[in-house]
Design a protein around this ligand. Structure first.
Ligand code: UD1
Length: 430
């Protein structure tokens, strides 16, 4: 199994290209199930989760071609992928495929909307909490579907004539359930209003793509989304928006290791809250025409308290990385996690590097230390694993991160991007 070896101590200087957003690419790919025409997505990142979803969509009958040329696929950068689902050949999403990644459960929306029936395994994904599916079931039930859990699977059946538009208010904000409702409602009869919808930029990106496919959607990016159902959707060409979590992760890496880095092909407006927090911690950040420049100001890292919240609040997907940064602050900071109940597994690994962190319920208290020291550590989930890399960049000596398959799910060419800026990071295959 691969590991990542980091020798800490180098500043980061140079340019890092930001990839297309994993969390946008996944629902966009799933949207290809809604039409018999070709959906072309540009700027698709080369990630294990994307490859897994390609397998899942293939199983449902989606014909997929990547840039038309095999060798371009190997390069990894900014792929253009064509998805064509002339007919859905299988409405079953089996456990073996769905259990590896939670987002694959989201096929339930398009399959139900287009075919009127499907059987989808309950999901897997990062072990960061119980992550139930009640909101998906409730939302689709509001559109008239009969939902039943049977043997680890959800059986979903639309009424005769298809799903019916409805007014539904989510009792809790959910990114995935909003994506699914949005997709399902595009083909429902009549108007659907989703209240308390997630406002993440990836929701807006999906809505833009669906609109290009002929859907009638207003309000994406606010808490109320209105969808007027149409009888069919067509193909479209859409560019996946930049990955704001990858952007924030590298910004935190620079704040941690020091240096001067330009993050290219990204957009500061996607992560206002996180960048404001980083500025308060002492980083200098300026928007450029194609992204942003981040410079560590040399005054040490200031302690800052954060609480994770749905967008536009501080993202839970940057919580672990920010905690890594706070381990080197000049005082005491607190990080409170409100989205997932079990998202502190990086704490004990950061402690192996010398961090001083204590947990009380959903809040971590971090006492900054003057130095971290390299050690063997274990990645536990996608975002936690990159927090260990960030900590390793600033630790003295060697840090060896095992279980890097977590990293490969969400960070494209991580070693190459960091090495290109002067870090010592390499993949070691046993
Ligand atoms: C998405 C992101 C993930 C991010 C998360 C929160 C993708 C592929 N993944 O995950 O990276 O960390 O948003 O920003 O986009 N919940 C329920 N019932 C449900 C559904 C969710 O109680 O039916 C709960 C979850 O357990 C969690 C909270 O709602 O506590 C938010 O989860 P949700 O927004 O649904 O996260 P995901 O869509 O799984």
């Amino acid at each position: 199994m691969d590991r990542i070896r980091i020798v800490g101590g180098n500043e980061l200087n140079g340019v890092i290209p930001i990839s297309g957003a994993k969390n946008a690419a996944l629902p966009l790919m799933i949207a290809s199930l809604l039409t018999s025409d070709t959906l072309t997505l540009e700027n698709v990142p080369h990630l294990a989760d994307v490859e897994q979803l390609i397998r899942i969509l293939g199983n449902h009958g989606v014909d997929i071609s990547v840039n038309g040329r095999r060798e371009r696929q190997e390069e990894g950068y900014a792929r253009t992928i064509h998805f064509t689902c002339r007919t859905i050949v299988d409405t079953l999403a089996p456990y073996e495929l769905v259990s590896k990644m939670r987002a694959s459960f989201w096929v339930i929306g398009p399959l139900l909307a287009r075919e009127g029936y499907c059987r989808v395994s309950l999901p897997g994904g990062c072990a960061i909490g119980t992550r139930p599916v009640d909101l998906f079931l409730e939302g689709l039930t509001a559109l008239g579907a009969e939902m039943e859990i049977d043997g680890g699977y959800v059986n979903a059946r639309a009424p005769k004539g298809g799903l019916i538009g409805a007014h539904y208010r989510f009792p809790k904000v959910s990114v995935g359930a909003t994506h699914v409702m949005l997709m399902a409602a595009t083909l429902a009869r009549g108007t659907t209003v989703i209240d308390n919808a997630a406002r993440e930029p990836e929701i807006v990106d999906l809505a833009r793509c669906l609109t290009a496919m002929g859907a009638k959607i207003t309000g994406a990016g606010t808490s109320t989304i209105t969808i007027e159902g149409v009888s069919s959707l067509s193909g479209a060409r859409h560019r996946v928006l930049p990955d704001r979590i990858e952007t924030g992760t590298y910004a935190m890496a620079v704040a941690m290791a020091g240096g001067d880095v330009v993050l290219e092909n990204t957009d500061v407006s996607l992560l206002d809250n996180a960048l404001l927090t980083l500025r308060r911690a002492g980083a200098e950040i300026t928007a450029t025409e194609t992204g942003m420049r981040i410079v560590r100001n040399g005054n040490g890292i200031q302690p800052v308290d954060v609480t994770t919240e749905p967008f536009p609040g501080f993202p839970t997907d940057l919580q672990a990385q920010f905690m890594a940064l706070m381990t080197r602050s000049t005082g005491v900071s607190h990080v409170t996690e409100t989205i997932f109940e079990n998202r502190f597994m990086h704490v004990q690994e950061l402690a192996r590097l010398g961090a001083k962190i204590s947990l009380s319920g959903q809040t971590a208290k971090i006492e900054g230390v003057p130095r971290l020291k390299g050690a063997p550590v274990m990645a536990t989930d996608l975002r936690a694993s990159v927090s260990l890399v960030i900590a390793g960049l600033a630790a003295e000596g060697e840090t060896m991160v095992s279980r890097v398959y977590h990293l490969d799910r969400g960070f494209e060419r991580l070693e190459a991007k960091l090495t290109g800026c002067g870090a010592v990071v390499e993949r070691v295959s046993d």
